[in-house]
Design a protein around this ligand. Sequence first.
Ligand SMILES: [Zn+2]
Length: 75
Amino acid sequence: MELKVGDTYKCPEGHKAKIVWISEDKKIIAVRCLHRHFSKVAKVADRDQPAISIWRYRTKEKKIFVKTMVFLVRI
Ligand SMILES: [Zn+2]
């Protein structure tokens, strides 16, 4: 099946994404996905817990997600 720009394709995390670019040799495509993707874990101040001191809060880990990512996919 020939893929073309505008077609639906699975993003690497399994969502429905849209093809926005296809390389000339048709071996690499770019898909844009509007879903949330896990990006990284960041340490943030945990203000629900008593602070250790005036300037030091306990920290907690927060997952950072990003929306709308463009992936290059080798096909
Ligand atoms: Zn996705």
